[in-house]
Design a protein around this ligand. Sequence first.
Ligand SMILES: [Zn+2]
Length: 274
Amino acid sequence: MKKLLIILARSLVAYSAMAVAVGAFWMGTLALRPTDDERRQSWDSEPPLVVVDAGHGGHDGGAVANQLIEKDTALDIAQRLKTRLGAQGLRVLMTRDKDVFIPLEKRATIANDTHAAAFVSVHLNTAVEDAATIHGLETYFSDSKGLQTIRLIKDRLKIPTPVKLEDRRGKELAESIQRITCRRTEAENRGTKERGLTVIHGTACPSVLVECGFLTHKKEAGRLNQAGYKDSLASGIADGVVAFLRAQSLQPRRGLILTEPKSVSPMEPLTARN
Ligand SMILES: [Zn+2]
């Protein structure tokens, strides 16, 4: 009996020491990670606003394949993205947080009216031909902005009207998201593509449309049905947005190519991509 008590006492001491060691290691790990408060404070006085747009909705279901409906999967990923961006201290506004239809122009207007710093539209892809083999992630940006949009950008960044403006910020945001999200999800990298899609063509802020995968590809659709995979997608997109906004906060005109009109002279030299 005495022997048994000694063994028990020794085990208790050993377990306590182990618990202290694990606790210390855990605390050390925690101490290395920035707290939510620290993340929030790391932005300037007011954190940037990101508009997250879940594609389709209401009577517009988008693509349907392998038992998935685009509007539902897009909303699910968009909500996870909202959580991830919020955890990084950013302000987030969703164009829709339920199953409703919102016209495309209205989605761009929401970003413009709220002075968003970035706009991310979440969609799912489909392949008509070779559906069995085509899979992966691609991100769209629009180089050609409407005249009204260009006017809005110049107004907000106090760029004189005669100066020619080319906006490459969408491309930079797309590349940041594409690179980080493909690494995080191990999805096939189909690259970034230029296309004048309404939601990204009409937004004054850097904006992208992420096609998060192909519903028509059986294996990828299976992954898109898993919470863990949707979380990886959301965390990759969020980190891509944050990396872009961090660079942008150091150089507010980064990604803008400004060309001085020939007829106007002399003028402050405008540095390209400053
Ligand atoms: Zn879509």
